[in-house]
Design a protein around this ligand. Structure first.
Ligand code: UGA
Length: 443
């Protein structure tokens, strides 16, 4: 089957590579000519485990193509996936400019029936907007060509994208058309062998499913973070509480890890967009607004803890920072808690010595070369002359630490653990002043 994918960002690339890998012929189209040229040579601009290999294999097999020729791309695929970005507008709503531009491009070049698939995370009602845009463009051309628009939200996680795409729990497709159902069955057939994961539903339900899923997950995180802050005040240990509540299968152990707030390109943006949609629909979503507020506060927790450790005087202090990416196995720093922390530290006159296994380049791209930031190649180099260590991301490489050596290397034995990686007793027994999330007094 021939498939076109507009947008070679995170979702577009993973979708393209995975669909090509099961035998479809895939053409990925992007407006960035330089990116297209690099991708055609197998140079992948993002770090995602397994993606580069998959792209190489499918380029070599001749099943995956990259182009910036929109006309050729529209001619290519019966299915035209839209997987372009939907950034937050100033008011928090999703900016649909790129999505609608692609819809217009498809309608400008199409000469026969096409199925347009909304893969980007888009607010409820977007498929109707795409439909209207395509219809208006076709009418302006004087062309009477049939088309369908369906919604097919993506649920993959960065760092586990290929696994999630291939073995995800569901494939949601919003459509009322039997022709679309059949074509989408064919498209996802190879990923739908062991049990039927395809869920057909109304277009608006599919669109809302995506936001509801992310908002639910973000709610779990803000809930546990709220409990963690409370536990700290009440002298309880949130890790014990987490075990206690997780054992109830109605609650479960997944996705209730307390930390320094959720980041990334999805939760922050999608929670805000859903709040905006709710407001616009005349039903302000109090819970969703609170989820966002709790998260904003949580992102400042690490700075508060460091600041407390030094009685509010951080001027001239050097802080070692482990983990810049918003989570492990990615180089993505969008909305990462590390950014809130570094910016607050700089504001307070401190220097940062940071290490991340993958995100150093991204950090340089964002902040450039600055006097108050040193990026080190090895984890322990950050400790040289540092007054305290803060852990922002739970990379595996940070989980094994010799506390005694750590204490000896730090100017002050202060460790602020934003991911609850260690046992407070062991850290404190080794003489560290150890702060964690929701785990009681520090000394
Ligand atoms: C998230 C969803 O998990 C995916 O299902 C969804 O498809 C994706 O957004 C999207 O909309 O594209 P992602 O942003 O890649 O995926 O990352 P997650 O693994 O969900 O983590 C998000 C944030 O929550 C991270 O900052 C992570 O550290 C934090 N988190 C996660 C916690 O603080 N506690 C947890 O228990 C889990």
């Amino acid at each position: 089957m021939k498939i076109t994918i507009f947008g070679s960002g995170y979702v577009g690339l993973v979708t393209g590579a995975c669909l090509a890998d099961v035998g479809h012929e895939v053409m990925c189209v992007d407006v960035d000519a330089d990116k297209v040229a690099r991708l055609s040579q197998g140079e992948v601009p993002i770090y995602e485990p397994g993606l580069e290999t998959l792209i190489h294999q499918n380029l070599d097999a001749g099943r995956l193509h990259f182009t910036n020729d929109a006309k050729a791309a529209v001619e290519f695929g019966l299915l035209q996936f839209i997987a372009v970005g939907t950034p937050s507008d100033e008011d928090g709503s999703a900016d649909l400019r790129h999505v609608l531009k692609v819809a217009e491009t498809i309608a400008t070049h199409m000469t026969e029936y096409r199925i347009i698939v909304d893969k980007s995370t888009v607010p409820v009602g977007t498929a109707s907007k795409v439909e209207r845009t395509v219809a208006a463009t076709l009418e302006a051309r004087g062309a009477a060509i049939e088309f369908d628009v369906c919604s097919n939200p993506e649920f993959l996680k960065e760092g586990a994208a290929i696994e999630d795409f291939s073995r995800g729990s569901r494939i949601v497709i919003g459509t009322e058309s039997e022709r679309v159902r059949q074509t989408m069955r064919e498209c996802y057939g190879p990923y739908n062998r062991q049990r039927d994961k395809l869920m057909f539903m109304g277009v608006r339900s599919a669109e809302l499913t995506k936001y509801a899923a992310n908002a639910m997950l973000a709610t779990k995180i803000s809930f546990i973070n709220e409990m963690a802050n409370l536990a700290e005040r009440l002298g309880a240990d949130i890790e014990e509480v987490r075990h206690g509540i997780g054992s109830d299968p109605r609650i479960g152990y997944h996705f209730i890890y307390p930390g320094c707030g959720y980041g990334g390109s999805c939760f922050p943006k999608d929670v805000k967009a859903l709040a905006h949609t709710a407001e616009a629909a005349g039903h302000p979503a109090h819970l969703i607004n609170a989820v966002e507020q709790v998260n904003a506060r949580q992102k400042s927790r690490l700075f508060e803890m460091v600041s407390d450790a030094f009685d509010g005087d951080l001027a001239g202090k050097t802080i070692a920072l482990w983990g810049l990416a918003f989570k492990p196995n990615t180089d993505d720093m969008r909305e990462a808690p590390s950014r809130a922390l570094m910016e607050a530290l700089w504001q307070a006159g401190a220097r940062v010595q940071a290490h991340d296994p993958e995100a150093a380049e991204e950090c340089l791209r964002i902040y450039g070369n600055r006097e108050d930031l040193d990026l080190t190649e090895h984890r322990d180099e950050t400790l040289e002359g540092a007054h305290a260590l803060v852990i922002c991301t739970e990379w595996k490489a940070f989980r094994t630490v010799d506390f005694v050596k750590l204490r000896e290397r730090l100017v002050e034995p202060v460790v602020v653990d934003g991911r609850n990686l260690f046992s407070p007793e062991s850290a404190r027994d080794a003489g560290l002043t150890y702060y964690a999330i929701g785990r009681g007094a520090s000394v």
